[in-house]
Design a protein around this ligand. Structure first.
Ligand SMILES: Cc1ncc(COP(=O)(O)O)c(C=O)c1O
Length: 403
């Protein structure tokens, strides 16, 4: 490999929530700190423990060396590089600079789009398991989540179209959140599934907010289909949200973007995004994106996907072989595993809190599935060097599932 996905990066003292957030009052939802003798293996918050592609720090440093950071406007290259990335990675055609709008965060974009489509208190369709950020942002902004459960068919998470239709009608729903790929389940939706979902939404005049923040993180053998690409109707019905933040580990720099083809929706959305006066690009964050979408970034991302695929295969095989009663559907995208521990807990007379306490005590900082509406689940982040993943699974084996 050309890039470094094996060195263990020490993130302590670098303001990383993933390690320094443990056991602090500011992060009551973080895992607890480990016992003496165990170091932290961060497997919870959705960022990565790999150094990003060198062209990003190079671009930031180059710009930072110019000692003026006054008001600025994004340069044309910003839009050109997004268009090229979308064209090359996702096969997107006909994307123009005017279709692209800046968002501080994908979740901010989700809320701005909801503010266009809904009145406060309106019902919004989401799938469950549900990404905790949707739950928090929607609730915080006065929207009511209506959950349509995903169901497992032959080891694959699928949408339940009958259930969605019933809920859309009963709750007079006109906005839906679509997470593609799905966090935490790791589903990369197939074209026919997206088409069927969009047809259902069209039937009942439901607008769709498609969160595609994970769309670059597609494991070997799978393909991301942009929701807007499935039909002319989808192009007009869907607000899509993207960012380089998951792909290149840039969440701390802040910066994402929306693609909206429909002029009316786009102009309404820009208005909504502007209202709090906090939706402005940061010059260093723009240069981070420019560095990410250099040719090296394409190469780095390809190598990352090989590493993540290897990690996911290692972890899934290990679980199937050694952790009786723990089940999962193999993810097709993201770097998350979503484990169902109910069989194991039942057999051992335990609850998920016992599993979490035992894992956290030995430094395996996995996340409680309750945040995703899972009754007895763990979410496990595998974006670490394989040696760390192996160490984590050794500890889970010895101290948690086969103690
Ligand atoms: C599906 C999904 N959407 C949005 C976000 C957060 O994005 P942002 O930090 O840009 O608001 C995350 C972060 O994990 C995510 O998983």
């Amino acid at each position: 490999m050309k890039y470094d996905f094996t060195s263990i990066m020490d993130r302590h003292g670098m303001d990383a929530v993933a390690v320094d957030g443990l056991g602090t009052k500011a992060m009551p939802f973080a895992p607890k700190r480990p016992q003496e003798g165990f170091d932290i293996i961060p497997m919870w918050v959705a960022d990565m423990n790999f150094p990003t592609v060198p062209t990003i720090p190079e671009a930031i440093i180059k710009r930072a060396q110019h000692p003026a950071y006054g008001y600025f406007a994004p340069r044309e290259e910003y839009f050109a590089k997004i268009i090229k990335w979308q064209e090359t990675r996702n096969g997107v055609k006909g994307l123009l600079p005017e279709h692209i709008g800046y968002e501080n965060g994908v979740l901010g974009g989700v809320v701005s789009a909801l503010n266009v489509f809904c009145s406060k208190g309106d019902n919004v369709l989401v799938h469950t398991p549900t990404y905790v950020g949707f739950t928090k942002s929607l609730t915080n902004n006065g929207y009511h989540l209506v959950h349509s459960p995903l169901k497992i068919e032959d080891g694959v998470w699928r949408m339940d179209f009958e259930d969605m239709e019933k809920r859309i009608v009963e709750n007079k729903i006109h906005a839906a959140i679509f997470c593609s790929p799905h966090n935490p389940c790791g589903r990369v939706w197939e074209r026919w599934e997206i088409e069927k979902f969009i047809e259902l939404c069209a039937k009942y005049d439901v607008f769709v907010i498609s969160d595609e923040i994970w769309s670059d993180l597609i494991l070997t053998g799978n393909k991301h289909i942009p929701t807007q690409s499935v039909s002319e109707d989808a192009r007009n019905r869907v607000v899509a949200l993207y960012a380089p933040s998951k792909t290149f580990n840039l969440a701390g720099l802040v910066g994402s973007y929306h693609i909206v083809y429909n002029r009316w929706i786009r102009e309404r959305m820009l208005k909504e995004s502007s209202l709090p006066h906090y939706n402005d690009m940061n010059v260093l964050s723009m240069h981070a994106l420019l560095g990410a979408y250099e040719p090296e970034g394409y190469e780095w991302c390809d190598e990352l996907l090989q590493v993540l695929t290897g990690n996911v295969n290692y972890a899934a095989d290990y679980i199937e072989k050694h952790f009786e009663g723990v089940t999962l559907c193999r993810p097709q995208g993201t770097y998350m595993l979503y484990l169902d521990c109910s069989g194991w807990c039942e057999k051992h007379g335990k609850v998920i809190e016992d599993v979490l306490e035992a894992a956290w005590a030995v430094g395996v900082a996995v996340q409680d599935g309750h945040f995703f509406n899972g009754p007895c689940n763990l979410r496990v982040n595998l974006a670490l060097p394989l040696s760390r993943v192996k160490e984590a699974f050794d500890r889970l084996d010895k101290y948690v599932f086969n103690a």
